[in-house]
Design a protein around this ligand. Structure first.
Ligand SMILES: NCCCNCCCCCC(=O)CS
Ligand SMILES: [Zn+2]
Length: 678
């Protein structure tokens, strides 16, 4: 299992700069790179990464994507004077040459390819390349939007050629549409390109019709180009997460990439003059964490845009911290996507319905009810209540944004607990013991009896249960005190242990405890006070207990062929969990679980993004191999193997849709379609 995070940075890429006045290009400054690197150092993140040197991309590598003419023009600029540089630059939309631009662009390509090699060779698990000039706007025969060579596109072609890859996912979370990358791969089904971007109904640069959601790819590439346009500014954390839950992740898991490359632009973050969006730096930790679960963790993050230096630096640090396996900080803000975002999500799901199995049963009846002109949903005008209030009066006030971020980041960056996982001496644990795991001593009998009060006391019959409860209390205590990040225990009666753990956690002071219980829960605690939210994944409805705001029974029978649980985790469990914003997650697996190990692994892997990654897992003690799998995930030693992808049946899709329709007003992250007639 590869481990470690590469960081690629070469100061020489700061020499490219604007020599004349140009109000469009003057935001792409060398300090973008140097201040991001300094910020990484200030958080002691550089020293925790594996340093991989940059190199020059060769002409041959650049020709994987670009024309010889384009390469020659770029090369010829090295010896030009300012006058000539200006003239050549004017041939392109929003690009400037400097005598060192060609050299820097080749270093940007080379740095990117060095990262691909480090990840594909297993030298590291993932990594980030801090490069400029950026790449995603550049095209086969043209520079564009500050980009000369398309670093990420060259990396994808390079990886296909050198490593024989057949499925590469490119995620472009920059606030601009990477039209260059789209043009390069739009007929190529081996490269799935996803981009969200400020669009405002084609008003915003580069103002292209082909940046809209109905540009799904061409020929064999149909379905492998996904555009999610933001038709309003001020999009925030909830909109970005909703886009991942309801568009990108279900597609990505079905695509099952062998490598994930991110066109990582941070102009989609708060304070950026280009993006005018509201998303705060910690959201990039969540986005990164989700993508780390794909391709067995092989993830290459390549810098694109990002022009507010403080916002850029904080977002880069959040990304690298997560790549290193640190706990994911709580995401801030109201977990409710705005109407315009939900419309775009609904439109792109409808546009891609013909190409993806997970969308086979998508309800696109809304298309019939719309005037043919609009063809899809468009917010001609929407009342302010459906938009986000901007956290900052206007993003252009840099100092104001600096101060906001100063305060905002203070309570985000907690010290990473040295020990990630605590466990009892449960059998099988010897397999994963490492310096990241702490064995907890048993608690003595009398102390346990004192803690197992009233209702449960008479349920605790034998000594074995008592002891397992004891060590559970010790683990919960350590998690609460942040001595460890997460914990795992086995129990002869997981249902009882989970119920006791929930009560104990609330008594310890956890305000919102999420419990995901797989199997027959038998005893269901009272969730009236909202201090617990229970999602019981069981084979059949628990006797008489119907779903309500804080208790869901999700009937699911695992598919014998493989793992069909993606739609439940991505389309229901995560949206509800993120809406609830728990500060502890308890995941319990009881007797006769109705989910496969890969479905449970998916659940554990993705749910670590909640509650600052504070998870307590309690597993029926008969489930040794499951316990080991879960323990390895909690320690961060492995990324789950999700088994064979099986799309959900219509019955299962309808079951989730029914729960979504019933609860999307309470848990707004469930929203992925707009009710007609609003
Ligand atoms: N009225 C014309 C405005 C043109 N604006 C061009 C902005 C290019 C931005 C490129 C970028 O950020 C790469 S990530
Ligand atoms: Zn951009």
């Amino acid at each position: 299992m590869a481990s470690g995070t590469a960081l690629i940075y070469d100061e020489e890429m700061t020499t490219h700069k604007l020599l004349w006045s140009d109000p469009i290009c003057d935001i792409e400054v060398p300090e973008r790179l140097s201040s991001s690197y300094e910020q990484l150092r200030s958080y002691h993140l550089v020293e925790r990464c594996v340093h991989v040197p940059a190199r020059e991309g060769s002409e041959e590598e650049i020709l994987l994507v670009h024309s010889l003419e384009h390469l020659e023009v770029a090369k010829s600029t090295q010896t030009m004077n300012e006058e000539e540089l200006k003239r050549v630059s004017e041939n392109y939309d929003a690009f400037f040459f400097h005598p060192s631009t060609y050299r820097c662009a080749r270093l940007a390509v080379g740095a990117t390819l060095q990262l691909v090699d480090a990840v594909m060779s297993g030298k590291v698990r993932n990594g980030m390349a801090l490069v400029r000039p950026p790449g995603h706007h550049s095209q086969r025969n043209a520079a564009n939007g500050f980009c000369l060579f398309n670093n990420v596109a060259i990396a994808a072609e390079y990886a296909k050629l050198k490593y024989g890859l057949q499925r590469i996912l490119i995620v472009d979370w920059d606030v601009h549409h990477g039209q260059g990358t789209q043009y390069i791969f739009e007929e190529d089904p081996s490269v799935l390109y996803f981009s969200w971007h400020r669009y405002e109904h084609q008003e915003f640069w580069p103002s292209l019709k082909e940046s809209d959601y109905d540009a799904v790819g061409l020929g064999k590439g149909k379905g492998f180009n996904i555009n999610l346009p933001w038709n309003k500014v001020g999009m925030g954390n909830s909109d970005y997460l909703a886009a991942f839950f309801h568009v990108l992740l279900p597609t990505a898991f079905e695509f099952d990439p062998e490598l994930v490359i991110v066109s990582s632009g941070y102009d989609s973050g708060i304070g950026d003059p280009e993006g005018q969006m509201n998303a705060t730096p910690e959201v990039f930790a969540h986005l990164t964490h989700f993508l780390m679960q794909l391709a067995n963790g092989k993830l290459c993050v390549i810098l694109e845009g990002g022009y507010h230096l403080k916002s850029l630096g904080e977002s880069v640090c959040m990304t690298v911290k997560t790549l290193l396996g640190d706990p994911v900080p709580q995401v801030s803000g109201e977990m409710a996507p705005c109407l315009s975002a939900v419309e775009s999500i609904q439109n792109v799901r409808a546009a891609h319905k013909p190409y993806w199995k997970w969308l086979a049963y998508e309800d696109t009846s809304f298309l019939q009810n719309l005037s043919t002109k609009s063809h899809f949903l468009k917010t001609a005008n929407s009342n302010p209540s459906t938009e986000h209030e901007s956290k900052i009066t206007n993003n252009n006030d840099t100092v104001k944004v600096d101060r906001f971020l100063e305060l905002h980041m203070k309570n985000i960056l907690f010290p990473v607990p040295p020990i990630k996982t605590a466990t009892t001496g449960c059998e099988g644990s010897e397999h994963f013991l490492s310096e990241h795991v702490q064995l907890v001593k048993e608690m003595d009998k009398t102390e346990v009896e004192a803690l197992v009060s009233g209702f449960y006391a008479d349920l605790v019959k034998d000594n074995k249960t008592l002891l397992s409860l004891g060590s559970m209390f010790v683990i919960l205590d350590k998690i609460l005190k942040k001595e460890v990040c997460n914990g795992i225990a086995t129990s002869p009666t997981a249902a009882l242990s989970a119920a006791v753990a929930l009560r104990h956690s609330v008594r310890l002071g956890f305000q919102r405890v999420l419990c995901v219980f797989v199997g027959d829960m038998q005893m269901i605690p009272n969730t009236e006070d909202g201090k617990m939210l229970i999602i019981n994944i069981c084979e059949k409805e628990q006797s008489g207990k119907t779903s309500c705001k804080h208790y869901f029974s999700l009937n699911w029978k695992e598919d014998a062929e493989g793992n069909d649980f993606f739609s439940a985790v991505l389309g229901f469990i995560l949206p509800v969990a993120y809406s609830y914003q728990p500060n502890l997650t308890v995941i319990a697996v009881g007797p006769n679980r109705n989910l496969g190990i890969s479905g449970i692994s998916l659940l554990v892997a993705l749910i670590q993004g909640l509650a600052e990654s504070r998870i307590f897992a309690v597993i029926e003690d008969t489930e040794i191999s499951l316990m080991q799998n879960v323990a390895k995930l909690l320690v961060g030693a492995s990324t789950p193997a999700f088994g064979i992808y099986v799309p959900p049946t219509q019955e299962k899709v309808n079951r989730i849709k029914a729960l979504r329709d019933q609860f999307q007003q309470e848990w707004k992250m469930l929203q992925c379609s707009v009710k007609e007639g609003i």
